[in-house]
Write a protein that binds this ligand. Structure first.
Ligand SMILES: [Fe+2]
Length: 280
């Protein structure tokens, strides 16, 4: 009992400190051009926003694409898990300059800082290939992420992603916000699943499918999403999908133990290769 009270008080203290830090940092947020301010506005209302390499105009985008293409080519056939599902192939590429330089481009950090409201910590980047599977499992189940109070994940599509490639899909944040009945219903289902995630048919019974937002896009599309705020998943696919997942939190994040996977040995780190020049 005493421990529970202590735990609750520590939680309240930490939330209060967080609110104070947000308010103290507000005057220091970088100024954004109107077209980038719209991204932050959409993230606040919707929980996700589509942009592109073209719109962001980052100097290192060509290097990023060149590196992605060449490291993807070194990925081998997918492994199967115990249930026979094809596991995603994930490379941690945080340590490779072409990826970390792009992920730390000032314009991108400025947009993210305006959304997060605090100095940003770039946690890392995964290069990831997802495969077709019969049933939903892993990140194809509906879930919310846990690294921090506000998280931004930048998903960069490395080829045209259409319905059959299993685009990122989410439930707009106003449909599951706190004090909304759906918030409790979906949390109950997440709890019942052991926080592994909810299947389409279960979510459909709470929030009908026609309210879900799918994010197909051409190569170079970037989905920015607060994956803590919104229920999300990768849709079932019949074709492979390759993308980069760049992860940002406040510095420090609320749950640093959930961030280590972006730089430690949880996933394979490819040997650094001498990149060949490619003509685009
Ligand atoms: Fe997620």
């Amino acid at each position: 009992m005493m421990n529970t009270i202590k735990h609750k008080l520590a939680g309240l203290k930490s939330e209060l400190a967080y609110r104070v830090a947000l308010s103290n940092h507000a005057p220091n947020l970088p100024i954004l051009e109107e077209k980038y301010a719209r991204i932050v506005k959409t993230l606040r209302t919707e929980g996700a926003c589509l942009t592109s390499l073209e719109e962001l105009e980052l100097a290192s985008s060509d290097d990023l694409l060149r590196a992605s293409e060449q490291y993807l080519a070194t990925m081998t056939a997918p492994q199967l898990n115990g249930a026979g599902y094809k596991l995603p192939q994930i490379y941690t590429v945080t340590q490779i300059p072409e990826f970390s330089r792009w992920a730390n481009e000032q314009r991108l950090i400025n947009i993210i800082e305006n959304y997060i409201g605090l100095p940003v910590a770039f946690q890392g980047v995964h290069l990831r290939k997802d495969f077709p599977n019969e049933n939903q499992f892993g990140t194809s189940l509906w879930h919310k992420d846990s690294e921090d109070r506000r998280i931004i994940k930048a998903f960069v599509y490395l080829h045209d992603v259409e319905t059959e490639h299993g685009p990122f899909e989410y439930v707009p944040r106003n449909l599951t916000k706190l004090y909304n009945l759906n918030y409790y219903k979906t949390y109950y289902q997440l709890w019942r699943s052991g926080y592994l995630g909810i299947e389409d048919k279960t979510l459909d019974s709470i929030i009908p499918k026609n309210a879900w937002k799918s994010c197909p896009g051409q190569a170079g599309t970037i989905v920015l999403a607060d994956t803590k705020a919104i229920l999300h998943h990768g849709t079932a696919r019949s074709l492979e999908r390759s993308a980069l997942f760049c992860v940002y939190t406040a510095n420090p994040p609320k749950n640093p133990q959930d961030c280590t996977q972006y730089w430690d040995d949880t996933f394979a780190k490819p040997k650094q290769i001498e990149l060949a020049e490619t003509i685009r």
